[in-house]
Design a protein around this ligand. Structure first.
Ligand SMILES: Cc1ncc(COP(=O)(O)O)c(C=O)c1O
Length: 401
């Protein structure tokens, strides 16, 4: 058989999806499974979104569309980012894609030549590493352990940017940690970014509408608008509007970058489909009560999850202030045995397997995000499962010998 391309040796299936798949299989076998694994919102968009999609179908949509995105979609996105304090952009600064994942992939393809450096914090969203490796970039990881609340410190960023990576990729609020940066923290990091004019900065802010405790959403551009010529803002409908399967992502940045993404769309996808576009416009420009209500709900759930974790001796969890994840340090379990099943816990992967096996609770091992001392709990499961799922985790730790 002929060989696959060499680069496919570096291509991986998302570790998160693998856990979710295992949980799905056990469920199909009749096991009582509670999944805290995949980062999907637990709500659907408002009726106006479905109405818009149906109207588009009735209007006989389904033709080829614009590589960049339709004017209506770009305008709706512009209004949306203006509400987030990102002003002064035009359609020429924007492009769309099949989810933020696709947009991020295309951005890396557009900005990085083989061997160019890309810097990002650990814990990272798994796909950052997957994309960088697939494209043959040199990855500079910036370790942000639980002791520093999983947050990037200005001195650390300074040292990393002094190595002149081509791209600095920043995620706020973070998947997997849920940590969100305060205004002062973003201001301090923006001062560092300003010192290194040869580095592109991608801000993956797809959770920016899910920030708690009134700390607000802050981007380097709010603090230093002059960074506009190299900061690229990435957004998505997936989490904010409960539309992960509709696959709509956006970018706002320098015109040359948006043009490059439009060219890549022309090669890869041609366009975001028309029916999806109609739904996306409705989500962005319709009533905004769904995202606001969900943000309040997630804040309440965050507190509920942290309260249970606080009752587990030795488990430490920096307090997340956004998204819908918590990322506790569970290393207290390593080297111990789950007494009722005899399962031994050497590391985070053993722990997640044992938790699934013994208690039917699926979490994602921290090593999938570059932090093997932790595990990720995504708390968007059905409401009725949250308390029992957390109780099972607490019981599991209590049963360790
Ligand atoms: C930080 C982060 N960026 C990007 C994405 C991709 O989102 P999308 O569904 O728009 O591709 C995710 C999805 O989990 C994410 O957590």
């Amino acid at each position: 058989m002929p060989q696959l391309a060499r680069r496919m040796g570096r291509a991986k299936q998302s570790a998160i999806m693998l856990v979710a798949e295992k949980a799905r299989q056990l469920k199909a076998q009749g096991r009582d499974i509670i999944s805290f694994s995949i980062g999907v919102p637990n709500f659907l968009p408002g009726a106006h979104v479905y109405d818009a999609a149906r109207a588009a179908l009735d209007a006989d949509s389904g033709q080829y569309g614009s590589n960049r995105g339709t004017d209506a979609l770009l305008d709706a996105f512009l209004a949306h980012i203006e509400a987030a304090g990102l002003t002064g952009y035009t359609r020429a600064n924007c492009a769309t894609g099949i989810g933020a994942k696709h947009v991020l992939y295309n951005l890396c393809e557009a900005l990085l030549d083989d061997g160019d450096g890309i810097a990002f914090a650990t814990p990272y969203w798994t796909t950052y590493l997957d994309i960088a490796e697939l494209l043959g970039a040199e990855v500079h990881l910036l370790p942000c352990p639980p002791e520093q609340d999983y947050k990037l410190a200005p001195a650390q960023l300074d040292a990393a940017l002094a190595r002149k990576p081509k791209v600095f990729l920043f995620n706020n609020p973070s998947n997997p940690t849920g940590m969100a940066y305060t205004r002062d923290e973003i201001a301090a990091l923006a001062d560092v970014v300003a010192k290194y004019p040869d580095t592109w900065v991608i801000t993956d802010d797809i959770y920016h509408r899910m920030v708690f405790d009134d700390i607000g959403y802050h981007n380097f551009l709010h603090l230093r608008p002059e960074l506009r010529d190299r900061v690229i803002f990435v957004d998505s409908l997936s989490k904010t509007y409960g539309m992960p399967g509709w696959r709509v992502g956006f970018v706002a940045g320098p015109e040359a970058v948006a043009k490059a993404l439009t060219a890549l769309n022309s090669t890869h996808i041609t366009n975001v489909p028309e029916v999806v576009t109609a739904a996306a416009v409705a989500a962005l420009s319709g009533p905004q009560d769904v995202p606001a209500a969900r943000c309040a709900e997630f804040e309440r759930r965050r507190d509920q999850v942290l309260a249970v974790l606080a009752r587990i001796p030795g488990v430490a969890c920096p307090k997340p202030q956004g998204a819908f994840y918590v990322f506790p340090d569970v290393s207290v379990a390593f080297g111990r045995t789950h007494a009722p099943t005899g399962l031994t816990i050497g590391n985070d992967i053993d722990l997640c397997n044992a938790l699934l096996e013994a208690k039917g609770v699926a979490c994602v091992p921290g090593s999938a995000f570059g932090e093997p001392r932790s595990l990720r709990i995504s708390y968007t499961c059905p409401e009725a499962q949250l308390a029992p799922g957390m109780e099972r985790i607490r019981e599991f730790f209590a049963e360790l010998a």
